[in-house]
Design a protein around this ligand. Structure first.
Ligand SMILES: [Zn+2]
Length: 80
């Protein structure tokens, strides 16, 4: 099954060309595909985790407002 492709940490799709990038929110290293990088996405789980750990910031608000992640809208209860 595994043909050597890795999963993009943002959209979770298997891709051949992942790029090592740093999260704009936390600085954590991430493997993301070109599509997600182009759209300035961050992983949905990372946004939630960052808010839980470090609190909301204008940056995290912007990511949520502009829906710059793959997946369902993040409910307010997830980031309390
Ligand atoms: Zn992706």
């Amino acid at each position: 099954m595994n043909d050597g492709r890795l999963l993009c940490q943002s959209c979770n799709n298997p891709k051949r060309n992942l790029e090592r990038v740093e999260s704009k929110i936390t600085g954590w290293p991430l493997n993301m595909c070109q599509d997600c990088i182009k759209q300035k996405f961050e992983p949905r789980w990372l946004i939630i985790l960052a808010i839980r750990q470090f609190g909301r910031t204008p940056l995290t608000d912007e990511f949520i407002r502009k829906h710059r992640y793959v997946g369902e809208p993040i409910p307010a209860v997830d980031v309390l």
